[in-house]
Design a protein around this ligand. Structure first.
Ligand SMILES: *Cc1c(COP(=O)(O)O)cnc(C)c1O
Length: 353
């Protein structure tokens, strides 16, 4: 692969403990082009740069855009590792299939990303709970205004040293149950990480913010009755010590952290149920003291406890607005594997040289 190094490296963040999410980018990026008939070609690592786009570029009009989110971690002894990267690229291909974007060669792309991380390894922060966020993206690049699938695409990967995703850190977040707008329906694009899903969700976040809430809990798009997920996290509830999470039926994103939580919890002997959960069941459990914990799962925050839930005009407090023992255990164990503090019984970690 062509590797073109920058001649003007940027200054790295001095105070790593002040890192937030996705504001600082490293010196290099990975690019791979797709052309119909030729496939994915010309993989290269180049200096971080602006993209040159025609105003008629298809992604700007019809939104053929998908992305991924994963991380690289530095271990205490200086090794660099990633967490389940093949799963991210496989998922990107699932998103792509739904949006008529051609599939990436998974092993080759993971290898290219490893090389990019290797080039940028000095950008991986080492302060507690920091990491290097990896953002693969595909956009449609044909210059044409007819509505059809593009015949050319750009895949690119940018990197960002990050701290906690939510300013609350591991402290509980307040969640607003959205009962007016919906995020996705079965048969739609809810299971994909396509850009349009997030544009459609912004209005819910703004509404929640008006009430002082940082996140939206989406309900199903048909009956507005069953819990789906939060903006960029899957949801888990601990009801009478059983871990319950909505099933993957097409409208929610199949989180890799969700899958890791389910597998780890079962490995620890906890009962996990993937089943439909009515929001009324959650509120009833909260009122009657059966809702032990609630938390979200996602790459950015790993585990994010939920301390308060608001539905209509009613607000319930969960576990005294504190992180619960199951959320804490899962956070400690999963981050322990990611940062190389604990052994990895599942083969999730991929070492970058
Ligand atoms: C990315 C994302 C998640 C979490 O997925 P992970 O693979 O665990 O990071 C959950 N829900 C939505 C809508 C997302 O975009």
């Amino acid at each position: 692969m062509l590797i073109q190094k920058t001649t003007t490296p940027k200054a790295k963040p001095v105070d790593e403990s002040a890192l937030t999410f996705g504001k600082v980018f490293t010196d290099h990026m990975l690019m791979i082009n797709y052309t119909e008939g030729k496939g994915w070609h010309d993989e290269r690592i180049v200096p971080y740069q602006n993209l040159d786009m025609d105003p008629a570029c298809m992604v700007l009009h019809y939104g053929q855009a998908i992305f991924e989110g994963m991380k690289a971690y530095k271990t205490a002894d200086g090794r660099v590792q990633m967490f389940r990267p093949q799963d991210n690229i496989n998922r990107m291909n699932k998103s792509g299939e739904r949006l008529c974007i051609p599939a990436l060669p998974v092993d080759k792309v993971v290898d290219c990303i490893k090389q990019l991380v290797e080039v940028e390894k000095d950008w991986i922060p080492t302060a507690p709970n920091t990491s290097l966020y990896i953002r693969p993206t595909i956009i449609a690049t044909d210059v044409a205004l007819g509505v059809h699938a593009s015949k050319t695409y750009l895949f690119y990967v940018i990197l960002s040293p990050v701290g906690p995703y939510y300013k609350e850190g591991l402290n509980p977040v307040k969640i607003f149950v959205e009962d007016e707008y919906v995020r996705a329906v079965r048969g739609g694009t809810g299971f994909t990480k396509c850009a349009g899903n997030y544009a459609a969700s912004l209005i819910g976040s703004e509404r929640a913010a008006k009430f002082g809430y940082s996140q939206v809990l989406w309900l199903d798009g048909v009956e507005r009755k069953y819990v789906e997920e939060v903006g960029a996290m899957n949801m888990f509830f601990v009801i009478d010590n059983v871990l319950v999470t909505p099933p993957l039926e097409g409208s929610i994103l199949g989180g890799i952290t969700r899958d890791s939580v389910i597998k780890y919890a079962r490995h620890k002997g906890l009962e996990v149920q993937e089943r439909k959960i009515a929001i009324d069941e959650v509120m009833d459990a909260a009122r009657s003291g059966h809702l032990n914990e609630a938390f979200g799962s996602g790459t950015a925050a790993v585990i994010s406890p939920v301390g308060m839930l608001r539905m209509d005009d009613e607000e319930v407090v969960i576990n005294n607005n504190e992180i619960g023992p199951i959320a804490q255990m899962l956070y400690d164990e999963i981050t322990g594997i990611q940062y190389g503090r604990l052994s990895d019984p599942f083969g999730w970690v991929v070492e970058v040289k």
